[in-house]
Structure formats: C-alpha cells, structure tokens
Design a protein around this ligand. Structure first.
Ligand SMILES: Nc1nc2c(c(=O)[nH]1)N[C@@H](CN(C=O)c1ccc(C(=O)N[C@@H](CCC(=O)O)C(=O)O)cc1)CN2
Length: 290
C-alpha cells in the first residue's frame, strides 16, 4: 500500500509571501519603489468578495500598496473599461486584476484585452498568453504558476514526466499545460470530449485536475504513486443545509494510490494569491527596468 502524502499549499504560500515581503522591503529601501496592485470587483458574488478581501489584506501584508475598486453589479461595460484605462495610466498602479466571473452583461474577453499587458498580473491578456506559448518572458496565470511551483518543490526536476491536465480553460488548463511543457514534461490536455478519460489519466505521473466538477476524478483513474494536483474548488451542500468545499478529485479514494496530493482546501487555492503578489513584484521590477 502506498503512503499518500498531502502537499501543504497553505504553508508553502505563507513562506512564499514572506519571501516576497522581504523583496518588496528591499525594493522600497534601495529604489524608493512601492509595488501597487489594483483589484476591481464588479457585483456582490460572495466567494469573489472573500477572494478580493484576502487579496487586499495580503497585498498590504507584503508591504505593497492596495487599490480596491468595488463597483455595483449593474455597472455598464463602458464604465468598467474607462476604469481599466485610468488604472493603465496610473503610475502608482503596477498590477491590475479584474476579479472573475464578471456579471453576464459584461464581455470579459473585451475587459481583459483592455488591460495593459505589462500590468496584467493575472496573465490573462492574449499578449501574455502568446508570450508564454512561444517561450518568452510573460506574466503567467497565478493558479497554474502555483501548481508548477508546488510540483518543482516536491518532485525537483520534472523533465520527461508524463503530465495529464484535465481541463482546457484559458485560466488554468491551457497555461498549466504550457508551463509543464516548459519544464520538459510530456503533456496531454484532456477534457470532457476525451475518449477514455480514465485511461488517459492512468498514464500520468503528474495529474492536474481543473474541470470544476466535484470529485470527478476517481481513485482508479490515478496511476499508483502519481502526484495529483487538484485545482477544483467546489461548494457542495451538506445535510445540515450548509456547504463544504471539495476538489475535482475524490480525495478519500486517492488515499493509498497517489504518492502526493493537494488537499482542498489548503492545497492549490492559497498559492493563487501568493503568486498574484509574485506577479505584481515581477511586473513592478520590469516596469522599472530592473
Ligand atoms: N481575476 C481572477 N479571477 C479569479 C481567479 C484568478 O486567478 N483571477 N481565480 C479564482 C478565485 N481566486 C482568486 O481570485 C481564488 C480561489 C481560491 C483561493 C483560496 O485560497 N482557496 C482556499 C479556500 C477558500 C474558501 O474557503 O473558499 C483553498 O483552496 O484553500 C484563493 C483565490 C476565480 N476568479
């Protein structure tokens, strides 16, 4: 029987934030530059409100300036685009993030395309996606960046490993695959139309689940000893009427099969905000020619 070890993303993220705070302090002391992050929230989605609050708090804790813009749910697309244009032009703002999802009447593709690529700390702009795809320096989406940091920390060299990414979103699946390819993994992107999805997953030394479907990946889809990165954050109802968080992987079934696995909560999730701070620091340095 394999002993399955949990990957503690919460502890890793706390350590990363502490290292970022030291680098921010150094930037302030030696260059007089304080990184600034603007976060824009449209509407009152409860989970988004929590994420935005945590982003602002952790930005300040890292010694950066935080600019929060909370707009009503009925904000016109043109007004959001005008705010993005103001933030693009503001020298105190080094990073801009528009919290997703946006209300249905706003075209998120248009909004993300309006963000200055050098300030696109989410890494969602086509310029950054394209730069990542052709192997140039890019601002990289935070969640997949966090996944690959955890993998490198626990496995060391990823070269030659077979990675299967389940999910093809622009936010997680596609950039995760690009980052794993950059580490010389042999990468498969699988999705809802993949024939024999369990069979594809069973080939993986590294299995990244990013489908947004509670516990879709079953224990018998996992190759014995594989490393499983669970990106899913799904709220499912409990019997008492409250909800609990589960990932895209049936965590209990993975015990005794996976070698390493990220739990939900406490795995990949906390890495998202830590990597946002990392990207804000990177963007600030580049904007100052450092
Ligand atoms: N513009 C963006 N929007 C969204 C992103 C993003 O990267 N950029 N990602 C997600 C939400 N997200 C950050 O925005 C995020 C999700 C989860 C966590 C996290 O720490 N999760 C905890 C559990 C927290 C809980 O109880 O809900 C964990 O997994 O341990 C942080 C940030 C969608 N939108």
């Amino acid at each position: 029987m394999i002993e399955t070890k949990p990957i503690d993303g919460k502890a890793f993220a706390a350590n990363l934030r502490a290292r970022i705070a030291e680098q921010v302090a150094d930037l302030v002391r030696t260059r007089g530059v304080t990184p600034g992050l603007a976060v824009v929230l449209v509407g009152e989605d409860p989970a988004s409100q929590v994420y935005v609050r945590n982003k602002a708090a952790q930005t300040l804790e890292a010694g950066m300036a935080s600019f929060e813009h909370k707009l009503p749910a009925d904000t016109a697309e043109a007004d959001l685009l005008a705010l993005v244009a103001r933030l693009n032009a503001d020298p105190a703002v080094n990073g801009i993030l528009v919290q997703l999802p946006l209300p249905g009447h706003i075209d998120s593709t248009k909004v993300l395309a309006a963000i200055e690529p050098a300030k696109d700390v989410d890494g969602f702009h086509v310029v950054n996606a394209g730069r990542l795809a052709v192997g140039l320096d890019a601002l990289v989406p935070c969640t997949p960046l966090g996944c690959v940091m955890l993998l490198k920390h626990h496995l060391g060299n990823l070269s030659g490993l077979k990675a299967v990414v389940v999910g093809r979103s622009n936010i997680v699946g596609k950039p995760a695959a690009q980052l794993l390819l950059k580490e010389d993994c042999t990468v498969t992107i699988a999705h809802s139309r993949t024939r024999d999805l369990p069979g594809e997953c069973r080939q993986a030394d590294i299995l990244v689940a990013a489908v947004g479907r509670p516990e879709m990946v079953r224990g018998d889809w996992i190759k014995p000893g594989a490393t499983v990165i669970d990106v899913g954050i799904n709220r499912v109802p409990k019997e008492d009427g409250k909800t609990r968080l589960v990932g895209d992987v049936a965590y209990g079934e993975a015990q005794g099969i996976a070698g390493l696995i990220t739990p939900v909560p406490g795995g990949v999730g906390p890495m998202t905000i830590a990597c946002l701070l990392q990207n804000t620091l990177t963007a600030t340095r580049r904007q100052n020619g450092l």
